[in-house]
Design a protein around this ligand. Sequence first.
Ligand SMILES: Cc1ncc(C[n+]2csc(CCOP(=O)(O)OP(=O)(O)O)c2C)c(N)n1
Length: 637
Amino acid sequence: MSKLLEQVSNPEDLKNFSYEELNTLSSEIRNFLLETISETGGHLASNLGVVELTVALHYHLNSPIDKIVWDVGHQSYTHKILTGRKEQMSTIRQKDGLSGYLKKSESDHDIIEAGHTSTSISSGLGLALARDKKERKERIYSVIGDGALTAGMAFEALNNVGHLQEDMNVVLNDNDMSISPNVGAISNYLSKVRTDPVLTKLKDDIEFILEKIPKIGGGVSKSVDRVKKGLKYAFIIGILFEEFGFTYLGPIDGHNIEDLVHNFKKADEIDGPVLIHINTTKGKGYNLAEEKPSEYHGVSPFDISNGESKSCRTYRTYSQVFGHTAVEIRKRLGNEVVGITAAMASGTGLDIFEKEYPDEFYDVGIAEQHAVTLSAGMARGGLKPLVSIYSTFMQRAFDQVIEDVALQKLPVSLFLDRAGLVGDDGETHHGAFDLTYMRMVPNMVAMAPRDENILQHMIWTSVQHPGPTSVRYPRGEGYGVCLDDDLKELEIGKAESLTDSGDILLVAVGSMVNPSLRAAENLKKMGIEAEVIDARFIKPLDEKLFKEKFIEYDKVVTVEENVLNGGFGSGILEFIEKENIKGTAVKRIGLPDEFVTHGTMDELRAMYNLNSDGITRVTADFFKGNLEGDLWHPKNA
Ligand SMILES: Cc1ncc(C[n+]2csc(CCOP(=O)(O)OP(=O)(O)O)c2C)c(N)n1
């Protein structure tokens, strides 16, 4: 570890450093981040971009009394390093190691836990109001990215802060990038402010003159303040934010610590909300990441010298299957097929579609709610929207799924990527709830493929269906199965039995079908014959097949990578109750009623019996009578 970094274990250690030393420290942190993340994987480019910002914030503020509220928290690695977690950085995103986001249990300096974007202004406002009611003296600094500023929620917060005129500061970290290049009118506006040389020169001159106007008392007098505001209006700097009721400072070089601190001091002197607009370079200091910030937003372990991934990728990912199938469908059906993403083009594989069909591709920014309602409008107008959103982020658009899509029976195809456990991103990112929230919605058809080949057929099936559909599939690599050349339309609500009849029935859904098949092989060796059914559809259920099977078997195990509450197994129990099927005991395997930590997907699946060993163990115990099931009706009732 480098010289200055060795001396820092909490923010207090920065206070006596000169600006030159803070700059040297920032370079040392940058090297440390690069060395660590190239081994562990994680969010590289965003973290390299905010090193100076984080150093400046901790130098200027007195955290945790003063509150730094990070948005998402994916860019908090330098913050972790400066707040006593330097030695544990090599454990980041691993089970029992540091989280890749903020965690109150890790440090008092982690004020708010997030994971989904665009919450930091709302949280900061809440903290500011609480501070005032409790009569504490705290400075509140919310940090938000230009990508996160595309979400409606950020604007709801700006609107409310401006109205309340709370004393808080918002640092807009503008790097011109979301995960992919940022999109939309706000982004265009910011780049105009950032890059217009005339504006910037004028602004510098005005700032110079304004600096010369003497301060009256502790702050700036009201009339001087009005003149300042008037001048700024005349030159349109940050007018958008001024209209929201903020004082705008910027744009500032976000890699210049002295400038940052100077502006933080200025902001502290101004009453009411201040927006400090800073420009940073995503991936700063590592050429490959600066050139391709999207590719280096989140990385698996890589070789620093050439950026090549160290992990082997022999199989195609589910997201890639989605992207290629979307292209194929567009080829077949023409330009009525459109692809919609909420700032996740590469993550969802929709960038593959974008490359082939840019005119039919829409990245709406981090605006999941808008993405869903926009698609509803498109479907109403006769288009065929394919909307791909991670399962966890679709939670934001739940109301839109119900009101704007399902209620009107509109043929919108929703694709839930990263459904089930996602591994190292942890609590905020697991797609643990979508089977529950999709199966409760009237008119919705909900499916989950057991492998990549079935996924492509389900995508095609969803496009053929005249109403709303959702398809959920896991993060990452598939099984490497061969994809059929042609796309098949599956019969809606038809399950598939994959083995012969036996002593006990295993009904699995999506990612749990293959582990259940392997469990059946293990059980066979133990003398227990298990039949495995791939449910395929969570809704509607294959009522005919399940009725026959539940009469045939008196023990049924359901397996799903979703919370048990209201999930697939609950649907099976409800079906048994509805049909009044007697004497069938059900054991459900799935996620418990708690937020699941981070770790590898294998580790986490093992924790909840969501692998072949776990399914084998639970099924064998249940079969032998060692485990109570959810006995809907006692046998002799
Ligand atoms: C609601 C929601 N949608 C999507 C994401 C995925 N996501 C994580 S970071 C990010 C980009 C954020 O861009 P910006 O705020 O500019 O921060 P940067 O990484 O560029 O510093 C996205 C889209 C998320 N975390 N939450």
